[in-house]
Design a protein around this ligand. Structure first.
Ligand SMILES: CCCCCCCCCCC/C=C/C(=O)SCCNC(=O)CCNC(=O)[C@H](O)C(C)(C)COP(=O)(O)OP(=O)(O)OC[C@H]1O[C@@H](n2cnc3c(N)ncnc32)[C@H](O)[C@@H]1OP(=O)(O)O
Ligand SMILES: NC(=O)C1=CN([C@@H]2O[C@H](COP(=O)(O)OP(=O)(O)OC[C@H]3O[C@@H](n4cnc5c(N)ncnc54)[C@H](OP(=O)(O)O)[C@@H]3O)[C@@H](O)[C@H]2O)C=CC1
Length: 248
């Protein structure tokens, strides 16, 4: 079952996937806004009615807008947290309560390269870091039910049309290449094959982990954000701390 909000895009995507399926596997799609609790409950129950089981859950839905943190409205902040954190939580919880608690299963959450913060997208950075942590907690709580849960963190060097539109400047990808040890952009297939590995028995001993798929970018250097030169940072020395000394 493939689910998201936009019926037209869903239909197009599933039609395209169906053309490539040669096995007897079946594929369906369903509208669901993961920010709405009842819609998530309905997605999982409909999937179970339609297919009779739920072996895997992939939480891939996500999004954000670029802006400085001081300019976020509460509505904008909440929209991003609900999409990336709350929506992921709701899907995990419903999959567990409706099926995986009794039958086991595997969950993979898609997050992002947020290890050094994401300036200009701090809301999504906070939400994705929270999902990284949620993954660890759920791995511990749900291990006894035979559930494995892991995350995949794509670098911002993965080209997709939606990412280019989201960053607002497709040149960002070219700027990034020198900052990536593997000196090239990543492909969407390099994300999906990591997801398939985590879903497969080949990863039977992996849970609570996040795989970074970023060509080493998160190890190497920060992305395009530059902190402007300034003189706002005052060094601390005991010698100059007259205020504390006066209180002793
Ligand atoms: C500057 C570039 C830095 C590059 C750094 C690289 C590192 C990046 C690492 C992360 C990589 C991630 C990549 C990707 O995710 S690629 C695919 C992304 N696709 C999308 O993000 C899809 C588009 N986004 C959205 O769907 C939305 O952002 C959102 C999550 C907010 C959901 O929107 P929706 O319309 O459903 O939400 P609401 O109607 O509930 O609320 C909308 C409110 O959100 C605020 N908002 C929305 N857009 C903006 C904006 N451009 N600027 C400021 N505020 C915005 C606003 O409050 C909206 O409410 P109002 O409409 O009432 O004002
Ligand atoms: N591409 C990149 O470079 C990177 C991507 N990522 C993350 O990887 C994932 C996939 O990225 P990508 O394919 O590029 O992005 P897309 O924007 O193409 O895909 C995100 C999907 O999320 C769905 N979605 C968004 N909000 C909701 C919602 N409230 N309920 C249900 N579905 C929702 C959208 O479908 P619809 O509009 O129909 O609801 C869309 O299909 C996302 O989480 C993204 O943030 C992370 C790092 C880098």
């Amino acid at each position: 079952m493939v689910a998201s909000r936009n019926e037209e895009r869903l239909r197009k995507a599933t039609d395209e996937m169906k053309k490539n399926i040669t096995s007897p596997a079946e594929l369906d799609h369903m509208q669901c806004n993961i920010r709405k609790e009842e819609q998530v409950q309905n997605l999982i129950s409909t999937t179970l009615k339609r297919f009779g089981k739920l072996d895997f859950l992939i939480n891939n839905g996500g999004g954000q807008f670029p802006a400085r943190a001081e300019s976020f409205s509460l509505k904008g902040w909440n929209a991003v947290i609900e999409t990336n954190l709350t929506g992921t939580f709701l899907c995990c919880r419903e999959a567990y309560n409706q099926w995986m608690n009794d039958n086991g299963g595997v969950i993979v959450n898609i997050i992002a390269d947020m290890w050094k913060g994401i300036p200009m997208m701090s809301h999504t950075g906070a939400a994705r870091a929270a999902v990284d942590n949620l993954t660890k907690s759920l791995a511990l709580e749900w291990a006894e039910s035979g559930v494995r849960i892991n995350s995949v963190a794509p670098g911002s060097s993965i080209y997709s049309e939606t990412a280019a539109a989201n960053y607002g400047d497709p040149k960002i990808f070219a700027y990034n290449i020198p900052k990536i040890p593997l000196k090239r952009l990543g492909t969407v297939e390099e994300i999906s094959t990591s997801v398939c590995f985590l879903l497969s028995p080949a990863s039977a001993y992996i849970t609570g982990e996040t795989i970074k798929v970023d060509g080493g970018g998160s190890l190497y250097s920060t992305m395009i954000f530059e902190v402007p030169d300034h003189k706002k940072s005052k060094a601390y020395t005991w010698k100059d701390d007259e205020e504390t000394k006066s209180k002793l």
